[in-house]
Design a protein. Structure first.
Length: 285
């Protein structure tokens, strides 16, 4: 959908304003062809078996690697981010053996529910202003949000493979709006990790075979959430009191010194999920 420079400028201003109104902390635009290296990297990830039992990654690899394969009509991709920064270091609970450690992102409402409706509202405003068509995604389709966010300039994929922002550190939820509108893309972010390897060295299960590469089969978040079978014995001691996810590689990132606590009330930690009490029960080994 072709629009004039004036119309494009006004549409972008609308998007920025609506994103702020909806509680998003950052918004940027990229093109569907802005992640040319993603297909090969994803294919390598799957070929190595690093996706573990997440068969849906391999099954959707063709659509996942290239946004235009998922939806040929897309002309611009709007990437929006919502800060979920914690109000304390999530590693503090790891020494409390009578308590369970739950990943920060699961301390309150499901972020999918929080973000999806707001993205739809913004998408509706885009159609009302510019016409055309839109599609909204929050982990609901094979979309590679992190490479797209990097291409849009919201941050860069750190050595732990997660997005890192100079403003928000490692604590960002991502959502995308695919649109047929032609929007001026933002400048991609560059890597600011330098020689730091804090996220690699802190991993309790050595889930990073190399910088920027993750073997999900060794990742505690995968093992406690996505893994379809029993947790291998070799990882059980290292997992410790982590009962749902792991934040170690995120929490240790030096860029978190610039992060702020989540402003969205629905993402603020509920007390009963911060450090739930562990109760022992006898089960067969």
């Amino acid at each position: 959908m072709r629009t004039s420079i004036s119309d494009t400028t006004k549409l972008r201003a609308l998007i920025d304003a609506e994103a702020r109104r909806a509680g998003f902390d950052a918004v940027a635009v990229t093109r569907p062809d802005a992640i040319p290296l993603a297909p090969a990297r994803l294919a390598e990830f799957v070929a190595e078996g690093f996706h573990g039992s997440m068969d849906w990654i391999a099954e959707t690899i063709g659509r996942r690697a290239e946004p235009s394969t998922l939806w040929p009509e897309v002309r611009s991709i709007i990437v929006l981010a919502m800060n979920y920064g914690p109000d304390r270091d999530p590693r503090d609970v790891l020494d409390k053996h009578d308590r369970g450690a739950i990943s920060v992102y699961a301390h309150n409402r499901d972020y999918h529910d929080v973000m999806k409706g707001r993205l739809k509202e913004i998408a509706g405003k885009i159609v009302a202003r510019a016409g055309g068509d839109v599609k909204v995604f929050v982990d609901t389709a094979p979309v590679m949000e992190k490479p797209l966010a990097e291409a849009a300039g919201l941050g860069w994929q750190g050595k732990h493979t997660n997005l890192v922002s100079r403003e928000h550190g490692s604590w960002l939820f991502l959502g995308t709006i695919f649109t047929t509108a032609e929007l001026e893309p933002d400048k991609a972010e560059i890597d600011h990790c330098g020689s730091c390897r804090a996220c690699l060295d802190i991993c309790p299960t050595d889930a990073f075979p190399a910088p920027y590469r993750l073997d999900a089969r060794r990742c505690i978040s995968y093992l406690t959430i996505e893994n379809k079978g029993p947790i291998p014995r070799e990882f059980r001691e290292a997992i410790g009191n982590r009962i749902y996810g792991c934040d170690d590689c995120l929490a240790v990132c030096p860029w978190n010194k610039f992060a702020s606590v989540a402003a969205e009330a629905k993402l603020a930690a509920r007390e009963n999920l911060r450090e739930p009490e562990k109760k022992e029960r006898n089960v067969a080994s």
